[in-house]
Design a protein around this ligand. Structure first.
Ligand SMILES: Cc1cc2nc3c(=O)[nH]c(=O)nc-3n(C[C@H](O)[C@H](O)[C@H](O)COP(=O)(O)OP(=O)(O)OC[C@H]3O[C@@H](n4cnc5c(N)ncnc54)[C@H](O)[C@@H]3O)c2cc1C
Length: 544
């Protein structure tokens, strides 16, 4: 669309990440809708974004990852944790681990029970399927012909089968299909990929739509706030190349800036907790006490061993690297096609639990979390070792701890104040400890133990409960699945209603991970794409 800042459009989408790219596609499908997508980052056009194993490189690049530092967290020895989030077109989906997973029937039925009418499993399943182009056999649980490539792994690491056998030996059932809303078992995961390449939301949804004359995509556009006239959203203010622009929207503004930025944009616009806005000199337009609250995140920690078979700790082996490079170049096959996680198991850390409380992930490599729990901007994930290793990582799937994100100042360039409070609730620490102790049992099973040549991280995995707890407080990181800071609900205190409309303001919705009432028992990319699909339908219905 030939347009300039200052023009009037119908829909403004703020943030070109997982959700924003879907909305840009769906809303611009009708040529009568003039749509502008504003993205703070760049285009994310790079070879390593497309090559799945390139994740280990791109995730460390500050032009693709916001790298925000949390406040010291007393529940993890006052450590500051790094919040990762994708920056640039595709957002998180351009740098993430590509695990495709939806969550459970229970997760979404719980959303509906919390007052989110229209969000039960039966309601959301068609939206998951609508997006999808699954490369496996026809199935009632999968879609074909959608924009988002969902693929079976092209190179399953041999230890994956040993892990599955070890799970079976420990009473965990093998699932042939885990997209049915039942993930209670162990399975080889699918990847958001097409033909061996990453299927970011930008590749899948945005690029095909960018040819449309009624869609304009502006990168390098940092949105400050929503422009309001009375209680109606009429546009946004953003900065690009050092200049400030106001852009008006005739129909709606839709915030898709992600779990940390979206509540901050609301607050800078005068929508949020009164006292916090007052502290930063922002005039209150609509009081909404929960904006920025309820931050939900999966804690993550690892149990790794050294093994006698080659794993992805191959950077020390140029011959292996060269051979994998050739396989990828000529056939889109081999290790360069694979995501970091090859299999997942959902377990109950106590037999009386109704639902699994921990997800275990099998990663065919290890990193030393004692010295390098994080890698720094511009550095690839360190292979950390001259030895091959394997990792079983744990997440508590529905943690009870909640954090918050707050404004540091009214300046849009100021980093947010993030409090994760990872282990504020003691049961989350206990679940993690038990989950990683269960990993010891899996490593001891014959299928895996025959490959183990030594311990790696932690150095003594048979340590006492107290030592495990100390280890977890010292090394737990976040699972990069932050949600719920603009909680959706049927109650008046929720930030958005079940049609994702910001309460108290007309013409303004939020559609990203921030609206989740709580975390699904799963990674969050497919769920947020589903949210955007459903949001698009609601926006178009309300236009009529
Ligand atoms: C390293 C990593 C690994 C992950 N692995 C997996 C995985 O394997 N499987 C899975 O399912 N999930 C995974 N996730 C999580 C998943 O990718 C995210 O939950 C999802 O991408 C979030 O989507 P979103 O639309 O809510 O926000 P995002 O995708 O983060 O999009 C928000 C966009 O808004 C832009 N933006 C922010 N502020 C502004 C502003 N003020 N103005 C304009 N634009 C702005 C951002 O640059 C970004 O492009 C991972 C995430 C990360 C970071």
């Amino acid at each position: 669309m030939s347009g300039t800042p200052g023009e009037a459009v119908d829909y403004i989408i703020v943030g070109g990440g997982s959700a924003g790219c879907v909305l840009a596609n769906r809303l611009s499908a009708d040529p009568r809708n003039r749509v502008v997508l504003l993205e703070a980052g760049g285009t994310n056009e790079a070879m390593w974004v497309k090559i799945p194993a390139g994740m280990h490189t791109v995730v460390g690049q500050p032009d693709r990852n916001w790298f925000r530092v949390s406040e010291p967290d007393p529940s993890v020895n006052d450590r500051s944790l790094l919040w990762f989030a994708g920056k640039g077109l595709g957002g998180g989906s351009a740098i993430n681990g590509m695990v495709y997973i939806r969550g459970t029937q229970y997760d979404y039925n719980q959303w509906a029970a919390l007052g989110c009418t229209g969000w039960s499993w039966d309601d959301v399943l068609p939206y998951f399927k609508r997006s999808e182009d699954f490369d496996g056999p026809d199935s009632q649980w999968h879609g074909k012909g959608g924009e988002l490539g969902v693929s079976r792994l092209r190179a399953v690491h041999p230890l994956t089968h040993d892990f599955i056998q070890a799970c079976a030996d420990n009473g965990i059932k093998r699932l042939e299909e885990y997209c049915s809303g039942d993930i209670d078992g162990v399975y080889i995961n699918y990847a958001t990929q097409r033909n061996g390449q990453r299927a970011s939301a930008a590749e899948a949804f945005l690029k095909p739509a960018m040819r449309r004359p009624n869609l304009r995509v502006v990168t390098g556009a940092m949105v400050d706030r929503v422009l309001l006239e009375g209680k109606r959203a009429v546009g946004v203010r953003y900065a690009k190349d050092g200049a400030v622009h106001d852009l008006r929207a005739n129909a709606e503004v839709i915030l898709c800036a992600g779990t940390m930025p979206s509540p901050l944009i609301l607050m800078r616009s005068g929508i949020g907790p009164g006292a916090q806005l007052q502290e930063h000199g922002i005039a209150l337009v609509a009081k909404s006490a929960e904006v920025g609250q309820n931050l939900h995140e999966h804690p993550t920690a690892a149990n790794s061993r050294l093994v006698d078979v080659p794993t992805y700790n191959v950077r020390n082996n140029p011959f292996r690297l060269a051979s994998e490079g050739l396989k990828y170049l000529f056939a889109r096959r081999g290790w360069l096609t694979t995501p970091a996680v090859h299999a997942q198991a959902h377990i109950r850390t106590s037999p009386d639990m109704e639902h699994p409380d921990v997800k275990l992930q099998l990663l065919p490599f290890w990193t030393d979390q004692t010295t390098r729990p994080y890698f720094l901007p511009d550095e690839p994930i360190p292979d950390a070792t001259r030895h091959f290793g394997v990792t079983i990582a744990a997440n508590t799937v529905q943690p009870k701890s909640r954090g918050e994100v707050r404004l540091r100042s009214a300046d849009p360039a100021a980093p947010p104040v993030i409090h994760f409070r990872v282990y504020e609730h003691p049961s989350d620490l206990e679940s993690m400890r038990r989950g990683l102790q269960f990993a010891n049992q899996l490593f001891a099973a014959p299928s895996l133990s025959r490959h183990i040549t030594g311990t790696a991280y932690p150095p003594d995995p048979e340590q006492s409960d107290a030592e495990w707890d100390a280890q977890l407080r010292a090394c737990t990181t976040i699972g990069v699945h932050a949600t719920s800071t603009c909680r959706m609900g049927g109650d008046a205190a929720s930030v958005v209603d079940p049609r994702l409309r910001v309460r108290g303001i007309e013409g303004l919705r939020v559609a990203d991970c921030s609206i989740f009432p709580n975390l699904p028992s799963a990674n969050t990319n497919a769920p947020v794409i589903m949210v955007a699909e459903k949001c698009a339908d609601m926006v178009l219905e309300d236009r009529r």
